[in-house]
Design a protein around this ligand. Structure first.
Ligand code: HEM
Length: 497
């Protein structure tokens, strides 16, 4: 016997007398159209899916708390940072980029690292990755890049040829490709990864001064990675290794934590750095711009309903709050458009009003109707347009952002390869030199395995890029490719055994 204190009802609240038997014309007769309970149930089932995210479809998330530990009010007037000890609720969603909703978790891929801070001045979304750089620096290339990561239109399987063809023709991808093929490209789970805002954003303070800023979230759990072989074994046992790890860890009270840091650059220095500080394929050297500690966040509550809280969470780089601003980073500017557009298509017009997306501060705007509008009129005002004489909400000039002083000449489709500050190799060489001998060997092997089946002319073009980073890089991959080729006949023999 059920102990549930509630009666089963229809969506309209009417009590249901029988949820096991359809309404039929006798025991051997047909089902009646009049059985609206059956119709409602079938109709709901048909609408249980919404489109999965076009990228970052497979994800895992949880709720948590951000705590300020250091004063950075000289850089920003954002209220979230105004008092040491202040706490702000947040939700995090992590993801892989290329896999679909049902993809295996333990795949080599960049991990998305998206945070929504419910601040007293509205939601601030920090939609980053576990890498400080990205594959491209011009957003016009993003849809093409993503096509190379998804299924081939004819074969319907992912294509290593497409990936290496695109990368070898886009040298700006080298930095990110090297990270993806290194140990960090295959983390065991998301508790053991760092997060990065990746883009340059900006801070502005009460005096109206602007600073360029990069956000870093360093895992307090340490880094853990799988080799390709270990990951294959994990996937053979479970495709949900990250979901299981994050959920179980929080259920058991082991709350994962990350320390938040910023790198800060005074506004006018951006004109003089040897690299373009708004180029998403570059990092800012820590020696020039040291990490400044800001706070810590922990994830301490699992979602009660995965679909409503994690699948429907709508992250957007356009969600900023006073004291935090954008930068001229081209990719960031495209993202400011793209995410809210995706949410309106995927979730619906009023996606920001869903509980997981709703700010935890009062919301007063003049948008009106549309599918699924369920919020009430403004309580103390009879105003649904502006300007009005009936006490409607008004703009607050105190939160005016200082002008974004941009170095703009004239609009053109500038060739992003012709800017000396966009050199594609120098920083990759610095990264390569940080790897020890074993890490380099794993890098070569991972690349060689990822190149299986790719046409020689594409491999040669990519090897020439690795050579320009460091001769050891190109030669190391050449050797790994030769080793793989040498073991191929053995494998064929084994398979025909
Ligand atoms: C022009 C470049 C880019 C475009 C147009 C773009 C577009 C998108 C779109 C349309 C989504 C799906 C949103 C949704 O349906 O919820 C998405 C998800 C995501 N993107 Fe991007 N993206 C770009 C670059 C980047 C970069 C550089 C990063 C990281 C630094 C990034 C991180 C993410 C993350 C973490 C998600 C998943 C958010 C979540 O968990 O809900 N993207 N992107």
């Amino acid at each position: 016997m059920s102990q549930c204190p509630y009666h089963h009802t229809t969506t309209a609240g009417a009590p249901v007398a029988d949820n096991q038997n359809s309404l039929t014309a006798g025991p051997r007769g047909p089902v009646l159209l009049q059985d609206w309970q059956l119709l409602e149930k079938l109709a709901h089932q048909n609408r249980e899916r919404i489109p999965e995210r076009v990228v970052h479809a497979k994800g895992w998330g949880a709720h948590g708390t951000f705590t300020v530990t250091h004063d950075i009010s000289r850089y920003t007037c954002a209220k979230i940072f105004d008092t040491v000890g202040k706490q702000t609720p947040l939700i995090a969603r992590f993801s892989t980029v290329a896999g679909e909703l049902g993809a295996a978790d333990a795949e080599r891929d960049v991990r998305g690292f998206a945070l929504k801070f419910y601040t007293e001045q509205g939601n601030w979304d920090m939609v980053g990755n576990n890498t400080p750089v990205f594959f491209i620096r011009d957003p016009l290339k993003f849809p093409d890049f993503i096509h190379t990561q998804k299924r081939h239109p004819r074969t319907n399987v992912r294509s290593a040829t497409a990936m290496w063809d695109f990368w070898s023709l886009s040298p700006e991808s080298l930095h990110q490709v090297t990270m993806l093929m290194s140990d960090r490209g295959l983390p065991t789970d998301v508790r053991h990864i760092n997060g990065y805002g990746s883009h340059t954003y900006s801070f502005w303070n009460k005096a109206g001064e602007r600073f360029w800023v990069k956000f870093h979230f360093k895992t307090q759990q340490g880094h853990r990675h799988y080799t390709n072989r270990e990951a294959a074994q994990v996937i053979g046992k479970t495709r949900e290794s990250t979901q299981e790890d994050l959920y179980a860890s929080i259920e058991r009270g082991y709350y994962p934590r990350w320390t938040m840091y910023v790198q800060v650059m005074p506004e006018m220095q951006a004109l003089n750095t040897p690299y373009n500080p708004f180029d998403l394929t570059k990092v800012w050297p820590h020696a020039d711009y040291p990490l400044i500690e800001v706070g810590v966040f922990e994830l301490n509550r699992n979602a009660d309903n995965y679909f409503s809280e994690i699948e429907q969470v709508a992250m957007s780089p356009s969600n900023i709050v006073p004291g935090i601003g954008f930068s001229p980073d081209h990719v960031l500017q495209a993202r400011i458009f793209s995410y809210a557009d995706a949410h309106r298509y995927r979730i619906g017009t009023h996606y920001e009003a869903l509980p997981v997306n709703a700010p935890q501060c009062p919301v007063h705007h003049y948008h009106k109707d549309g599918a699924m509008r369920f919020t009430p009129n403004m309580p103390h005002a009879d105003a649904y347009y502006e300007p009005n004489s009936f006490g409607g909400p008004v703009a607050d000039s105190q939160v005016t952002e200082p002008p974004l002083r941009l170095h703009a000449d004239f609009a053109d489709r500038f060739n992003h390869r012709e800017d000396a500050g966009n050199n594609d190799f120098v920083q990759v060489t610095a990264l390569f030199n940080l790897f020890n001998a074993k890490q380099k060997q794993r890098l070569y092997r991972n690349i060689s395995e990822a190149m299986a089946g790719v046409a020689p002319f594409i491999i040669e073009r990519q090897l020439a890029l690795f050579d320009r980073v460091h001769p050891d890089y190109g030669n190391g991959v050449r050797q790994a490719l030769a080793d793989d080729k040498a073991s191929a006949p053995q494998q064929a023999e084994l398979e025909s055994y």
